[in-house]
Design a protein around this ligand. Structure first.
Ligand code: GLA
Length: 752
């Protein structure tokens, strides 16, 4: 791994043997982007890549005879007013009303390891040898604003992390109107853009579109979340790129608020990727001595398809974004009471649910919404974080003690960023909610957003939550956030700082997370936002797992979890088995299928075990035992291969393979059954071709087993018998294949 600087050509080359990232300082002291992709041989002379021809009508950046035109130059961090009419990476408004800047190269530093931006989530190193960081210093002489561009290249990952920092040295205040995290330019536009789009209960569906001239972008404007509608991620792939072959570039933003991820294609067929805080409604005032750091963007390159790109993100995010006690630990199997009871519970009911769960092997009971204030509907009490003793006479501490006495752990739901108007907290602090004085305040789910851009608000909530966590034996927290922001405005900020409000809000959320995770390092935090509206890398820095979606239907979950896996590791995906008919869709799916899909995540239940038949309880007991056996494989460092997309087929298939390739677990699931249909073959991936494997599955309660070489399983595949599928129940049936390497001597002839 090296960062090379060629003095003569002023070219920077970041490479780790897997990827290369190349840029240079041009004659006008600005930075030209040269290349990002597969590793290239190093040379002193990449500057020949610059297009040094004059085009008619081009604005020329230097006196004659130079023909340097920003319009036709691929740039590292472009700014406005240079004759480059594409979107800039930054815009700095100055005292005289001008938005023209000229950030010129000053110097650079190379550091071993990776510095961390203050107050923001980011990838990190454990040993300084794991990464090297280049910091390029630029300066605008007129406004005396400095720009520092950070590039970290990882030794073990084909990935580069980038962010920018602005420092104001001059006496005038400047306003950042746009301060993106990264800009990357490509010298062609033969790409498809892949995005993860959706809505509540159908988050992160995979969408693709060919790039066209102009701007194509995904973004969030919701204020409180990266959103269910769009995820802070895009990938550019070649048309022919599939799961396991072809080039793809991923761009992921470690941020939980308003973002923009865009690909802008010029009519000269150049593609500019921009990613960072959404500039819409954003400004940041920088006074003398102030610094502003952008969130971090993580860029991954793969020439072996989308699957490899995903595995790079999984590994990097699982091991160098997620932190703390739970990072490498298998996650507890939980029972959450939400879909089982909603608000309708009391202590007795909760204790009996917990006991039933414990008896089947569940390790953690989670008490969801409805335990505080007077809360029996979603109309009141958010903010009143004290136990409703009418429902739970023993209090949270007493209940936790009783559940701990059963030999399992206790977890609690909170929504600390919100209040209902009907709450003591709101009556005490009516001005703490986000609103514009005198204007109508929109409510959503009858609730309002606390102004977390204000330190005193965050500190007050911190004190309240800290007290709850100190007084009761709580092992897990589900931190929910159930509404987007409206009328964004903070009465604590002056008029010229209102554009800071939404970013300050997210910084306030991060601050509270940092405090609580620091004070209670062994509590497992699961983030949640009306299901999966905050499933983003920013959250994963604080909470190692996130509730993936409020849609718990098995087939819908196949799609949602498949899409989520494009970027996020299975250890982050909160997944539960719920009852049927499903509460969101009224769909009935087999209990086995619900479990088979929920295994590929953190796993738990969200139903009343007491309402199940003896046979179902027995199945649950077996499922829990199965997950205990397999969760290490699923959650701690194996490779996921997506085999068949439920977005394109009637089936979903994927496989998780251990690092040593000796163990694997493969899922087959179908949507609707077909009579006399075509052959179905599940071609596996990730296995060692020369290993002999024993493949085991339960098909309609009958164990089936056969042995085969890895290459057969990958090239010919496992035959799925349609008659079996019909016998198993037809629609929504699934088969889980347990796969283990055996020595050739143990091999028995194929039995399926
Ligand atoms: C959100 C969450 C659910 C549940 C409810 C409680 O919708 O996503 O899992 O916690 O809130 O109100």
């Amino acid at each position: 791994m090296t960062i090379i600087f060629h003095k003569n050509s002023r070219v920077f080359h970041l490479t780790n043997g897997k990827i290369s990232y190349i840029m240079r300082v041009m004659e006008n002291e600005q930075l030209e982007s040269i290349y990002f992709g597969k590793c290239l041989n190093d040379r002193d002379g990449f500057e020949y890549q610059h297009e040094a021809v004059s085009r008619s009508h081009a604005a020329i950046a230097l006196p004659e005879p130079s023909v340097l035109s920003m319009q036709y130059t691929a740039q590292e961090y472009p700014f406005a007013g240079t004759g480059d009419y594409r979107s800039p990476a930054c815009t700095v408004l100055q005292e005289n009303g001008s938005r023209i800047s000229n950030f010129r190269y000053v110097s650079f530093d190379i550091e071993l390891g990776k510095p961390l931006p203050e107050g923001l989530p980011a990838t990190y190193c454990e040993e300084s040898e794991e990464a090297e960081t280049l910091i390029i210093h630029l300066k605008d002489d007129i406004s005396e604003t400095e720009l520092h561009l950070f590039y970290t290249i990882f030794r073990d990952h084909p990935a580069i992390a980038r962010h920018a920092e602005f420092v104001q040295n001059g006496s005038q205040a400047v306003y950042l109107e746009r301060a993106l995290s990264a800009c990357v330019e490509f010298k062609d536009c033969d790409f498809e853009m892949l995005q993860l789009s959706g809505a509540w209960a159908r988050e992160r569906y995979i969408r693709k579109r060919p790039l066209e001239y102009g701007m194509q972008a995904v973004s969030s404007m919701t204020g409180t979340a990266s959103s269910a509608e769009e995820n802070p991620f895009i990938a550019l792939k070649r048309k022919e790129t599939t799961e396991n072959q072809g080039e793809v570039w991923g761009f992921s933003l470690i941020y939980s608020g308003n973002f923009l991820a865009a690909a802008e294609v010029s009519t000269f067929d150049m593609t500019r990727v921009l990613i960072g805080i959404n500039p819409e409604s954003f400004t940041w005032k920088l006074m003398q001595g102030n610094t502003f750091a952008t969130p971090e963007a993580v860029m991954v390159y793969s020439d072996q398809g989308l699957g490899t790109m995903s595995r790079v993100y999984h590994k990097l995010y699982r091991s160098r974004l997620v932190r703390g006690y739970w990072r490498d630990r298998p996650r507890p199997i939980l029972l959450n009471n939400w879909e089982g009871t909603y608000f309708d519970f009391n202590e007795q009911k909760i204790l009996s649910m917990a006991l039933d769960a414990r008896n089947l092997g569940v390790e953690l009971f989670v008490l969801d919404d409805g335990w505080f204030g007077r809360r029996n509907t979603d109309r009141d009490s958010l903010g009143d974080w004290y136990c409703n003793r009418n429902k739970i006479p023993s209090g949270i501490d007493g209940l936790a003690e009783k559940i701990e006495a059963m030999g399992i752990r206790f977890g609690l739901w909170i929504e600390p960023e919100m209040v209902n108007e009907d709450s003591d907290f709101y009556r005490a602090h009516p001005d703490w909610v986000i609103h514009v004085p005198e204007r109508y305040r929109s409510h959503s789910r009858h609730q309002y957003v606390l102004d977390f851009s204000r330190k005193e608000v965050v500190d007050c909530i911190h004190g309240i939550i800290r007290k709850i966590l100190s007084e009761a034996k709580i092992s897990y927290i589900k931190w929910d956030m159930n509404r987007y922001m409206t009328e964004p405005y903070s009465i604590a900020l002056p008029a010229d700082r209102q554009g800071e409000m939404m970013h300050r809000y997210i910084l306030g959320v991060y601050d509270l997370y940092e405090k609580l995770t620091g004070e209670f390092p062994e509590i497992l935090f699961e983030s949640c936002a009306s299901g999966g509206a905050r499933f983003d890398p920013g959250m994963l820095y604080y909470a190692p797992q996130a509730w993936c979606s409020d849609d718990t239907d098995a087939w819908e979950r196949c799609k949602i979890q498949y899409g989520t896996s494009m970027v996020y590791p299975l250890s982050a995906i909160g997944s539960h088995v719920s009852t049927v008919p499903n509460h969101q869709l009224a769909r009935v799916t087999p209990l086995r299928t619900r479990a088979n899909i929920a295994y590929f995540g953190t796993f738990g239940y969200e139903l009343v075990i007491g309402n199940m038949s003896a046979e179902e309880k027995d199945a649950v007991r077996r499922q829990i035992a199965f997950m205990k056996k397999y969760r290490e494989l699923i959650q701690t460092g194996s490779d996921l291969y997506r085999l068949r997309s439920p977005f394109e087929h009637n089936e979903a298939e994927w496989i998780v393979v251990s690092k040593d390739r000796k163990k694997a677990l493969a899922l087959f699931c179908q949507k609707s059954n077909r009579v006399n249909g075509s052959w179905l073959r599940m071609k596996l991936d990730g296995l060692e071709p020369s290993f002999m494997y024993r493949v085991f599955a339960f098909i309609d309660e009958g164990p089936r087993e056969f042995t085969a070489y890895g290459d057969e399983l990958m090239k010919i595949g496992i035959a799925i018998d349609r008659v079996d599928l019909t016998v198993m129940g037809g629609d929504y049936v699934s088969i889980l294949y347990e796969i283990e390497a055996v020595s050739c001597a143990d091999a028995t002839p194929a039995q399926i």
